[in-house]
Design a binder for this molecule. Structure first.
Ligand code: TPP
Ligand code: SF4
Ligand code: MG
Length: 339
């Protein structure tokens, strides 16, 4: 049966495949997989129109487990393959799945370009601060002094923050979610799906084998209230037990300050505006424990999308020229040889 002709809405279970899931028991990837399947069903995604593209890593096994089209490509190159797909068929619904190693080591260059070009796709970066698949080497997001097989004395590289990187590349949608915070994660993924342009989502994912509980400081039940701020559009940036703490503007630092709130200072608390780039950048750069870790949609400000039409009009302008004409036009010189 040609499913394109059916209008039956698919359920989350319909997006499961017959493939054996090869992640370690207890890996955070399972919860993300469940959330993505739920979101696909809720937004009414169609199998024939949806493609999951990944690079290499535990996270990059994702396309095997989603019953849509899928490409398990080469290390770091999912954005390049996705760019080709979207230029050839801009109506496709493309999801890129990458890891902190795949997306920010070997693929950092490709990630930069898909973000600045603003192709219409969702990019999910599973951040577990390690190379899970290759047995736990430190990655570009590993915190300083991480001991691993490739950094036995403790890493000395300053880590990159994926969300700050995406904002710096010109991404127009940047969000964070946590593997175990399913409700927020599904809302974030839905917002990413509905955003026109490259929607970047960093997901804190627990690698139970090589980096267990590395995000406990702001994700463990006991720490969540005091150390995580789940931002929502139009809502004050408060956190802490009973909302006793909040973010205020510090004019001396031209930045944010985490303040204990009193009756007087409550009015100074900033309100979240996802359209404000400066606020998004400041939220993304907050580090725990001095600040709470900001999760949710940090930035959502749609901009012009890189389309096939743009590429075609560029090509059309040149169709009347031969390659020889093109090579001899503009800034070219003839070198006379003297024998
Ligand atoms: C060209 C190339 N270089 C290196 C590797 C080895 N390699 C495979 S996966 C990986 C890192 C994966 O880390 P990450 O993207 O964080 O994914 P995770 O396994 O943590 O989900 C590396 C270095 C490779 N497969 N290909
Ligand atoms: S090695 Fe880590 S990231 Fe990879 S499947 Fe196992 S728990 Fe998950
Ligand atoms: Mg990783």
């Amino acid at each position: 049966m040609n499913e394109q002709l059916t209008s039956t809405k698919l359920t989350a279970a319909d997006f499961a495949t017959d493939q054996e899931v090869r992640w370690c028991p207890g890996c955070g990837d399972y919860a993300i997989l469940k959330a993505v399947r739920t979101v696909l069903a809720e937004v009414g995604a169609r199998r024939e129109n949806t493609v999951f593209v990944s690079g290499i890593g535990c996270s990059s096994r994702f396309p095997y487990y989603i019953d849509t089209y899928g490409f398990h490509t080469i290390h770091g190159r999912a954005p390049a393959v996705a760019t080709g797909m979207l230029l050839a068929n801009p109506d496709l619904d493309v999801w890129i799945v990458t890891g902190d190693g795949d997306g920010l080591s070997i693929g950092g260059n490709h990630l930069l370009h898909i973000l600045r070009r603003n192709l219409n796709c969702q990019i999910l970066l599973f951040n577990n601060e390690t190379y899970g698949l290759t047995k736990g080497q430190y990655s570009p997001t590993s915190h300083l002094a991480t001991r691993s097989p490739s950094s036995p004395g403790g890493s000395i590289d300053n880590p990159v923050d994926p969300s700050s990187f995406a904002l710096g590349c010109g991404a127009r949608f940047v969000a964070r979610g946590v593997d175990t915070q399913v409700k927020q994660l599904t809302e974030v993924l839905k917002a990413a799906y509905h955003h026109k342009g490259a929607a970047f989502v960093e997901i804190f994912q627990n690698c139970i084998v090589f980096n267990e509980d590395v995000f406990d400081g702001f994700t463990a039940k006991a720490n969540l209230a005091e150390h995580q701020l789940q931002v929502e559009p139009g809502k004050p940036l408060v956190y802490g037990t009973d909302g006793s703490r909040g973010l205020v503007f510090d004019p001396a630092a031209l930045g944010l300050r985490a303040a204990e709130l009193s009756e007087d200072s409550a009015n100074d608390v900033l309100v979240h505006d996802p359209g404000n780039y400066n606020l998004a950048t400041a939220l993304a750069r907050m580090t725990n424990p001095e600040f709470p870790m900001a999760t949710g949609v940090l930035y959502d400000d749609p901009g012009p999308v890189y389309t096939v039409q743009g590429a075609q009009s560029d090509a059309a302008a040149r169709t009347d020229r031969t390659l020889k004409d093109a090579m001899r036009s503009g800034f070219s010189w003839k070198v006379d040889r003297k024998s």
